[in-house]
Write a protein that binds this ligand. Sequence first.
Ligand SMILES: [Zn+2]
Length: 99
Amino acid sequence: MKEDKYCPKCGKKLSLFYLKPNCPGCGVDLLRYDAEGRLERDAAQAAKEVEDLWRFLRKADKARVIERYCAKKGKPLPWEAETASADRTEPTKSQEEQT
Ligand SMILES: [Zn+2]
């Protein structure tokens, strides 16, 4: 089993036997840079989770507005029509995914 190593900063391919702490290409501290990169990725992941939640709440908020509008105008809710038509159609989704 062989796994290539690359410099996390400049992307230079590193030998598996390259054990020095600094990248031969850009001289970055490989161990430290990787640790920092992990922290950055964690932070980015956390930010994304919050953003997803925010988007969901925004969507939910808009959904409430639409619900109120439909109730007022006596119109069917768009997602009710969606789920109703989805129930009628046969599940061909798996076939579509295969092609
Ligand atoms: Zn490098």
